[in-house]
Design a binder for this molecule. Structure first.
Ligand code: F6R
Length: 369
């Protein structure tokens, strides 16, 4: 049932605050520490992990890219992220000390399943992050952390993605907690912020009307580019993927630092470019660099659509369109920055007359390699 919405996708976008809150439920104790006993890998086993490898496809892969920043920062364990479809074909280096994390909404994606089977054959331990109870991927894994997004019907993944991010943060923070790192205080503070984040997602949803209007005004365009840095880079990739699959438009995400190494040649008059700006408080060097990127592309004619933290006055002079998002800790920003991009893609698809819940050529669960 669509619950009064025109499309499942709209309903699922709206359900994100609840999906995020549900995924945290019961996993933070009264003292503000994480309890992930359900992950049946013992603390002593987790202390021995010397490498994390994440395998996933599509949107789940983007969640994995973001997880890498969180895992390496909070745990200092090296982390690789790989497209599941590429993984086993390159003879990856794995052993008992490797923790492989397989992220999958459906739990049935064949590429991801084959990757985790390969990892287990090499002796690695596999933790699944999955939204579907009892599906194949968690059944074949050593342990599972379920995302509690509820059933996702629209082909384009939205609420599952946000809950995959939450689950990834939980794993990263938990690994940091059991291993003890110099970030102990920060880990505690972030757990507190995470428990508030569903309200921030709700606030973003309440301010989406201008994003819809902007999307409708761009319905005749052929190309949209997305730029980001740090965790904003995978957010840019996700924004581009949503636009491809729903609006059937040419959309590409770039790391903003790569602009000058090629992509800036694409900039032409009135080309829409969405830029995800990191917080000016956190890694402020990155913030300033991206503000320069916005200036550079605007000077070459781009129509800049800037997603920035509330109160970030530095971006105002260079933004043709501004989308404000609430302040969050740097690593958590994707939870709020992705939402406008989902709304943008959904509205553009509608404006172009596309079938939002069932984009052409796509299936919800890809059970072939
Ligand atoms: C994009 C999308 C796909 C899936 C990918 C993995 O909106 O839905 O890219 O994310 O096919 O699917 P799961 O998570 O079920 O393994």
């Amino acid at each position: 049932e669509k619950g009064g919405y025109d499309y499942f996708m709209l309903k699922e976008i709206a359900e994100q605050p609840k999906a995020v809150a549900d995924t945290l439920l019961g996993r933070i104790d009264a003292a503000g520490s994480l309890t992930l006993d359900e992950v049946r890998i013992s603390a002593s086993e987790l202390r021995e992990v010397d490498k994390v490898v994440i395998v996933a496809c599509g949107t789940a892969f983007h969640a994995g890219l973001i997880a890498k920043y969180a895992i390496e920062h909070w745990t200092r364990i090296p982390c690789e992220v790989e497209l599941a479809s590429e993984f086993r074909y390159r003879d990856p280096i794995l052993d008992q000390q490797t923790l492989v994390i397989a992220i999958s909404q459906s739990g049935e994606t064949m590429d991801t399943l084959m990757a985790l089977r390969h990892a287990r054959e090499q002796g690695a331990r596999v933790l699944a992050i999955c939204n579907t109870n009892g599906s194949t991927i968690p059944r074949e894994s050593d342990a599972v952390l379920y995302t509690h997004a509820g059933p996702e019907v629209a082909v384009a993944s939205t609420k599952a993605f946000l809950t995959q991010l939450v689950a990834c943060y939980l794993v990263a923070l938990y690994l940091g907690q059991v291993r003890g790192t110099k970030w102990g205080d920060e880990i505690h503070a972030v757990i507190r912020d995470l428990s508030q984040i569903s309200g921030e997602v709700e606030r973003v949803l309440e301010t989406m009307e201008p994003v819809r209007a902007l999307a409708r005004s761009l319905a005749h365009k052929n190309t949209v580019l997305f730029l980001g840095r740090h965790v904003g880079y995978p957010v840019a990739l996700e924004g581009a993927l949503k636009l491809k699959e729903l609006a059937y438009m040419h959309a590409e995400g770039f790391a903003a630092g790569e602009l000058k190494h090629g992509p800036i040649a694409l900039i032409e008059d009135d080309l829409p470019v969405v830029v995800v700006v990191p917080s000016p408080r956190g890694r402020s060097v990155l913030h300033d660099k991206i503000v320069s990127n916005i200036q550079e592309i605007r000077a070459r004619g781009a129509r800049t659509i800037v997603i920035a933290e509330e109160g970030d006055e530095a971006v105002v002079p260079y933004a043709d369109h501004l989308i404000w998002i609430p302040a969050t800790p740097t690593l958590l920003q994707p939870l709020v920055a992705t939402v406008p991009l989902q709304v943008f893609a959904c509205e553009l698809a509608t404006a172009r007359g596309n079938e939002v819940d069932q984009p052409r050529n796509l299936a919800k669960s890809v059970t072939v390699e």
